[in-house]
Design a protein around this ligand. Structure first.
Ligand code: RIB
Length: 303
């Protein structure tokens, strides 16, 4: 089975539930404070590993307690962390998360996530990447290194999955290096100018991304499920699985990890999206990002 290589972020999440978003100058009493492993890249790596893939992480943490804990957590989840650099002059990425009525708002300190250079990324990918492996990357690391990762992976014949989160415009020549782009509503609007609100606008957005050069497009729509337009122009609509929302942090990452695991396990796009829907439903029913990500066995028990 080909492997999944995740080039991405590792953050310690400091997360608290609040009755509402406080006004400027106001202090509110919160509850359910947790410190737990997160970061879009690491969450996606853990999801792919728990769903049956052989996963390598390319990332950076600081030489501090958060970095050590996050790296150990990845290893425990079955992710190979040989490509996680421990850097002495920078702190580990941190995300401060405010949870209000099932939604979350995140303020990010990128820290070591922005210290991985394009040169390191190039060398790491050429060392471990093999044709037909999958590269998964997002928007929380240095943009130059992230874009280079997609170019190098494409050149080496890897299948590339790009999750532009947080979203920011990318150079036109990046899109032909993207085999699958997976984005939510707001990310979709930033990347192609179309807010996907229904099937017609999803199709319009997906066609625009395809015209830019992306292969397959998957748009996640929260409680409304997901929409896919395959490289073969096949349209796929998958409903969200029923769940009780406790914490949505990391649900999108779980879905993306499922797309990567599904691809290396030989599932079709629609089967991978269904796997993602079930895994994400389990993830939102639990607290925290990585602690909430289910195993393949838990997902199978839901079917
Ligand atoms: O997607 C959720 C993740 O975004 C959190 O785990 C947090 O670390 C931020 O990166």
């Amino acid at each position: 089975m080909p492997k999944v290589i995740v080039f991405g972020s590792m953050n310690m999440d400091l997360s608290i539930d609040a009755p509402r978003v406080p006004a400027a100058g106001e202090t509110l009493a919160g509850s359910g404070f947790i410190t737990s492993a997160g970061g879009k890249g690491a969450n996606q790596a853990v999801a792919a590993a728990r769903l049956g893939a052989d996963v390598r992480m390319l990332a950076a943490v600081g030489a501090d307690a958060f970095g050590d804990e996050l790296t150990a957590g990845l290893r425990e989840a079955g992710v190979d962390t040989v490509g996680v650099r421990r850097l002495g002059n920078v702190s580990t990425g941190t995300a401060v998360i405010l949870r209000t009525s099932g939604e979350n708002r995140i303020v990010l300190h990128a820290g070591a996530n922005h210290a991985l250079t394009a040169a390191d990324t190039d060398a790491d990918l050429r060392r471990i990447g093999e044709k037909n492996d999958v590269l998964v990357t997002q928007g929380e690391c240095d943009p130059v290194a992230t874009e280079l990762a997609l170019h190098v992976a494409h050149e080496l014949g890897l299948y590339t999955i790009f999750n532009p989160a947080p979203a920011r415009p990318v150079p036109d020549d990046l899109w032909p290096c993207v085999d699958l782009v997976c984005l939510n509503e707001t990310e979709c609007q930033v990347m192609c100018g179309v807010l996907p609100e229904d099937d017609a606008s999803c199709l319009e957005a997906a066609r625009r991304l395809r015209e830019l050069g992306a292969g397959t497009v998957v748009i996640t729509l929260g409680a409304s499920g997901s929409f896919g337009l395959g490289a073969d122009d096949r349209l796929i609509r998958v409903p969200a699985a029923p769940t009780t929302v406790v914490d949505t942090t990391g649900a999108g990452d779980t879905f993306i990890g499922a797309l990567a695991a599904g691809h290396v396990r030989g599932l079709s796009l629609s089967e991978s999206m269904s796997l993602g829907a079930l895994a994400a439903a389990l993830a939102v029913s639990r607290l925290g990002a990585q602690p909430s990500i289910p195993t393949a066995k838990e997902v199978e028990a839901l079917r």
